[in-house]
Design a protein around this ligand. Structure first.
Ligand SMILES: NC(=O)c1ccc[n+]([C@@H]2O[C@H](COP(=O)([O-])OP(=O)(O)OC[C@H]3O[C@@H](n4cnc5c(N)ncnc54)[C@H](OP(=O)(O)O)[C@@H]3O)[C@@H](O)[C@H]2O)c1
Length: 320
């Protein structure tokens, strides 16, 4: 079968189309004929070699999110899965391929009305957005700031905060055009990347969902209201300064909180329940899936070039 591997760590040109034997599902696993493959920030990090210290080697097939049809199952898996359309988390890799393996507990059936492309656009990002907001104890009526809102997680966080009755949903983004698109998804105020602008924006926020981190993170802690909560769900801007927590200590009387959130700490049944609910909501048109581009698997290099330039608004999807 056709697959794409990271032949050489570094730039997008290190990705190459290769031929691999079709995988065979082991006990508890399913084989999926992929119709759509999500391209995520972690794929870019893997390709760059930034995760080599964690044991990832050249030759690795990236991709952790696919949607398609189950074509075979391993021992212990109900054969009624065969022929069903599913979304799947494939784990640390193996997604950039015509066929992928996933543990049966990591697959979620798709409503007939939801396309595979929509499913991989929504799957992980919608789930992270949901649990990021709940980790921040977000409640209706509260003001929310989504930092780095133009990516797949941010776009879903904006929609879920608006749908959850937020009093205000501010976003940071790098262009007016992106700000206008985010307003159509539920943003009420648009700020620049450093939090500048948005004259009519709230002076403080009850919840900040931060996908960026990086050097500007401490200044966003200053934007929390008393009892405000910031939850870091991503680090696309790199790590924050080592002393970023000083901004909270200096404002001790505001009783603010900072937390990280990783979906790794959510149980598999809870993740699956949220994905099932979100796939149903998307199929009813209640959640928008924002697809930046759909490219053939062979054009994975182009997909990664687009990721590297920062032009992606939403999700890039590959199709075998
Ligand atoms: N918590 C979890 O369980 C979990 C699960 C999966 C992934 N993740 C993490 O989520 C992140 C990827 O999320 P994503 O795909 O939604 O993000 P993304 O698309 O990579 O980036 C989101 C937005 O951030 C802005 N941005 C990029 N670099 C920036 C910088 N240096 N300073 C300020 N803004 C910047 C860009 O928008 P503008 O140009 O409009 O500003 C970009 O569109 C990764 O860090 C990944 O590890 C977390």
């Amino acid at each position: 079968m056709k697959a794409v591997a990271i032949q050489t760590f570094g730039g997008p040109e290190g990705l190459a189309v290769i031929d691999l034997p079709a995988p065979i599902p082991a006990d508890g696993q399913v084989l999926i004929a992929a119709e759509a493959i999500g391209v995520g920030g972690v794929d870019v990090m893997l390709r760059s070699g930034a995760l080599a210290a964690y044991g990832f080697k050249e030759g690795h097939v990236p991709g952790n999110e696919v949607a398609g049809t189950v074509t075979a199952v391993g021992n212990g898996v109900d054969t009624s899965w065969i022929g069903r359309r599913v979304w799947a988390y494939t784990g640390v890799g193996g997604g950039y391929a015509e066929q992928a393996i996933a543990p049966v507990e990591e697959i979620v059936p798709l409503p007939a009305e939801l396309s595979a492309v929509e499913a991989v656009t929504l799957g992980t990002s919608g789930m992270v957005a949901h649990f990021g907001l709940s980790h921040a104890h977000f409640a209706a009526g509260e003001s929310v700031l989504v930092r780095g809102a133009a990516g797949s997680i941010g776009i879903m966080t904006v929609q879920l905060a608006a749908r959850g009755g937020a009093g205000a949903v501010a976003v940071t983004t790098s262009s007016t055009e992106r700000g206008d698109r985010l307003r159509k998804l539920g943003a009420t105020h648009v700020l620049g990347r450093s939090g500048e602008g948005g004259e009519d924006a709230p002076a403080g926020y009850d919840v900040i969902i931060d996908i960026v981190a990086g050097p500007d993170m401490p200044s966003f802690l200053d934007k929390l209201n008393p009892n405000g909560r910031m939850v870091a769900v991503g680090v696309v801007g790199g790590p924050p300064p080592a002393d970023f927590g000083m901004n909270m200590m200096v404002a001790f009387q505001k009783s603010m909180s900072f937390a990280t959130f990783s979906a790794d700490t959510v149980s598999e049944p809870d993740r699956r329940a949220v994905k099932t609910e979100q796939f149903a909501a998307a199929s009813r048109g209640e959640l928008q899936t924002v697809v930046h581009d759909v490219l053939p698997l062979e054009q994975a290099v182009l997909a990664h070039q687009k990721m590297d330039t920062g032009e992606v608004f939403g999700r890039i999807v590959l199709t075998p």
